[in-house]
Design a protein around this ligand. Structure first.
Ligand SMILES: *[C@@H]1O[C@H](CO)[C@@H](O)[C@H](O)[C@H]1NC(C)=O
Length: 384
């Protein structure tokens, strides 16, 4: 029995190191897994079958913070935290993923250790240590936080740390990345690879939304957009929100797309059902979306055809069926954005217009119907 156990332990693979030399053309990515211990092995086999050259985590690999009352949203201890990573890492489906492709990534809040965590989180050193142990990608991140970049010939993958240096989300004047990381990011963008993929957990292009989801600080979003104006050829990858969508920045100098994939094992629809559908599809404006929002479990893919200079992006469901698809010409990322006029829109006004519209078109009739049914039932049940 002990012998058998030893064999099992020995057979657990550790990750392939990320080797930067050589062209790569297939990138898969995802975020938000293992909440409430929920798993979805099928999606990991779908990722494997898509045959990515690299798989990128955009955070919430595990939910290390406590969820249940009365300790909700408080940090857990290192032992439990590590055991959450370990039980996922040793699962057959994740071992199979490890065996099949290079893996890298960054944490977001729940694997950093605390919901909506920022620079003040006291156990952030543990969060960093455990995520790097889990990823085991051969990178050395000997600075504050886990930001890092990898270069694959004409493609650079830049991973941002949106937690370590982050000011409190309540600080309206706050900064999301910290000066040290900003300086590093600009240097990374200066090296001039044709395609630059910037990944982090938090959505960037959703400042028009009245959503409870965390955002980049306004000042930092504008500073990032300033950098993207200077250094074209960028795709943004984000996660966090438990659904997938494709967005286009409306008023940048060059076209910038943002692909969000979130919810590998649980999603807005699987958690909240129609209420989630209602909230995301009707309550939130669609100003910058290309195609629909996909509210089920999903992962993202990016396929670059270096010959034709086309990038095919998609958000795929558990069984690898593309639910959002789009083809981008790399040249397009270097041209002047034709949408620049849209910038003149007053986004705040749009937001309130959207809320009002939703209220009168959807909510009000719904409640009137609901009340009518109640009154009807009351009236006729009384007559028995
Ligand atoms: C992963 O690779 C190791 C070493 O080759 C092997 O022993 C193990 O069975 C593989 N695991 C899976 C799930 O494919």
């Amino acid at each position: 029995m002990i012998f058998l156990y030893l064999i099992l332990v020995i057979e657990i693979s550790s990750g392939l190191k990320v080797t930067e030399h050589g062209k790569i053309s297939r990138i898969a990515f995802g975020s938000c897994a293992n909440q409430f211990g929920i798993t979805n092995p099928d999606i990991f086999y779908s990722i494997i079958n898509w045959k990515p050259d690299i798989y990128v985590w955009l955070g919430d690999i595990v939910y290390a913070d406590r969820f249940s009352l009365p300790m909700a949203f408080s940090p857990t201890n290192e032992k439990i935290w590590r055991s959450k990573y370990n039980s996922f890492k040793t699962s057959i489906e994740y071992q199979a993923l490890i065996n099949s492709t290079m893996i890298t990534g960054v944490y977001d809040d729940h694997d950093y250790g605390i919901n909506d965590g920022d620079k003040n989180f006291i156990y952030k050193e543990i969060g960093k240590k455990l995520v790097l142990e889990f990823l085991d990608d051969g990178s050395i991140r000997d600075h504050g936080g886990v930001y890092h970049s990898f270069t694959f010939e004409d493609l650079k993958l830049i991973l941002l740390d949106i937690r370590w240096f982050r000011d409190s989300k309540l600080d309206k004047e706050g900064d999301s990345l910290g000066e040290e990381q900003w300086v590093w990011l600009e240097k990374e963008l200066q090296t001039g690879e044709r395609v630059k993929i910037i990944g982090n957990g938090l959505q960037v292009n959703t400042f028009d939304r009245n959503s409870p989801a965390e955002k980049w600080h306004e000042k930092s979003r504008l500073r990032l957009w300033g950098l993207l104006d200077k250094y074209p050829g960028v795709l943004l990858l984000t996660g966090d929100v438990h659904y997938g969508e494709l967005l286009r920045i409306p008023c940048s100098k060059h076209i910038v797309y943002e692909i969000t994939s979130s919810g590998l094992t649980h999603s807005v629809f699987t958690t909240f059902n129609m209420i989630g559908w209602y909230f995301v599809n009707l309550w939130q404006p669609f100003n910058f979306n290309i195609g629909k929002k996909f509210l089920y479990k999903n992962f993202g893919t990016i396929e670059i055809d270096w010959e034709t200079q086309l990038i095919h992006v998609s958000v795929r469901d558990t069984f690898s069926v593309p639910q959002i698809e789009y083809t981008i010409n790399i040249n397009e990322l270097y041209e002047t954005n034709p949408d620049i006029k849209f910038c003149q829109e007053n986004f705040k006004a749009l937001k309130y217009k959207h809320i009002l519209g939703t209220f009168f078109i959807i909510l009000l009739p719904f409640w009137i119907n609901f009340l009518a049914i109640l009154i009807f039932l009351r009236k006729y049940s009384n007559s028995y």
